[in-house]
Ligand binder design. Structure first.
Ligand code: PMT
Length: 401
């Protein structure tokens, strides 16, 4: 028995024959002390009744986006914030299609669209519907949004056919979600620090040297860490990005400021350095705006290497130090050399000479180089930075727990 006391689950039941399995799943969660609220889609009510759901869940059942009483008590945004996790089971082809379009035409889709929590999809449908290209595309799209899949499994279907599309068993759904929730509890005690974005190195009060980093990769990593429950701090150079207020966001401009804030946030358990910190700063910054002139020379001096400082700290080295390597040539060689020179546990290398990935793109392709694993490396192929981040954080969770 797992103790899920104080864990809040929002269960969305869609209209499919497998809806009866959701009742058993709710019973399992309730037996383990979870708090449950349920949304029934219009067609779900053709398969299960609000009365049976509320009796089993001992929680409120919602079904209407425009219900004055419900909106007064807990509006649809509050409902999506209330949950620690959202389970959509059975997730029908129709709901999967609606979610992939970002639809908000009923309460279920609106709540999911407004949510910043982990969403688990438990698909259940006929094998041909599951194998249809449009369903595959929709699932692929939803996984880029960070939704996680449980199942479906292979077997005999209610319609008499055989194949993949059966809803996973309640015990399997229960095990996966309760593991996720217990990891979240464990992770709350684990501090993670992420650096992101560029730094600005001032020549005079109005001019500076910078680089093309948008901060997207680092922000996505911070978001993925937060979703898994980590106590996350994000130290960010100048960007136009927004992030969930549960993240401790520290905005800086220069490498020196980033270094000071990093020092202040030690000790930490995990440190991920995705920022494109300027290697150099201006030797003598002018206090006033420099006047136009024929020739002008600036001298640069080396900035402190923040990653190097943290990874070699004699008393506060994090348990896991992850550096990035932005390369335009000899990726493997340079990354391996940074792994050892900068004393990292992992280096995540990306080729920043490509147009469709790396700096200021929504996409990335990275290779992770691991220390202590006999030159082990792993490539995460070109995909959205949100997906790359989820995959990186999957590996962090596996390593740290
Ligand atoms: O921000 P985006 O537009 O999403 O782009 C993402 C990215 C390309 C910036 C990111 O994926 C990335 O590669 N970040 C590291 C960029 C970089 O500065 O790489 P580097 O090889 O020069 O530095 C190696 C490591 O040392 C990095 O972890 C860097 O954060 C760290 N470093 C470097 C210099 C310095 N003074 N202090 C540091 O901590």
């Amino acid at each position: 028995m797992k103790d899920l006391i104080n864990k809040k689950i929002l269960f969305i039941i869609c209209g499919g024959v497998a809806a009866y399995k959701s009742l058993e799943t709710i019973r399992l969660f309730k037996k383990n002390n979870a708090e449950i609220k349920t949304i029934l889609t219009k067609s779900a009510k053709e398969f299960v009744t609000p009365l049976s759901v509320t009796s089993l869940s001992q929680g409120k059942v919602y079904d209407d986006l425009f219900n004055v009483e419900n909106e007064m008590e807990m509006d649809h945004i509050a409902l999506s914030r209330w949950a620690d996790v959202i389970i959509i089971a059975p997730a029908t082809a129709n709901t999967i299609s609606k979610l992939s379009q970002g639809s908000s035409e009923d309460l279920a889709s609106t709540v999911v669209l407004a949510s910043n929590k982990q969403v688990f999809l438990v698909p259940a449908m006929n094998v041909r519907m599951w194998e249809h290209k449009s369903t595959k595309d929709n699932i692929q799209k939803l996984s880029t949004y960070g939704y996680k899949l449980i199942g479906p499994t292979i077997g005999n279907m209610a319609c008499g056919e055989f194949g993949e599309g059966k809803m996973s068993d309640p015990s399997e759904i229960f095990d996966e979600i309760s593991n996720y929730l217990s990891n979240q509890v464990k992770n709350k005690r684990i501090k993670a620090l992420v650096t992101a974005g560029p730094t600005n190195e001032y020549i005079d009060p109005v001019r500076f040297i910078t680089n093309k980093s948008s901060g997207k990769q680092g922000y996505e990593i911070a978001k993925s860490l937060l979703k898994r429950g980590f106590d996350t701090t994000l130290i960010s150079g100048p960007t136009n990005l927004h992030i969930d207020e549960s993240i401790n966001l520290i905005k800086v401009e220069t490498a020196e400021e980033m270094f000071k804030e990093t020092q202040k946030n030690l000790p930490t358990d995990i440190a991920i350095f995705s920022a494109a910190v300027a290697d150099f700063k201006i030797d003598q910054k002018s206090q006033n705006k420099i006047k136009k002139q024929e020739n002008f020379t600036i001298n640069l001096e080396k900035n402190i290497d923040i990653l190097n400082f943290v990874s070699n700290h004699n008393s506060m080295r994090p348990r896991l130090v992850i550096g990035f390597a932005a390369e335009t040539e000899n990726l493997d060689e340079n990354a391996t050399s940074k792994l050892s020179k900068k004393n990292c546990d992992w280096i995540i290398a990306n080729d920043v000479s490509k147009k469709d990935s790396g700096f200021n793109s929504d996409y990335n392709e990275v290779t992770i180089f691991y220390k202590n694993s006999q030159n082990k490396k792993e490539t995460l192929s070109l995909k959205k930075k949100s997906e790359i981040s989820e995959e990186i954080v999957d590996r962090i969770v596996a390593q740290i727990n």
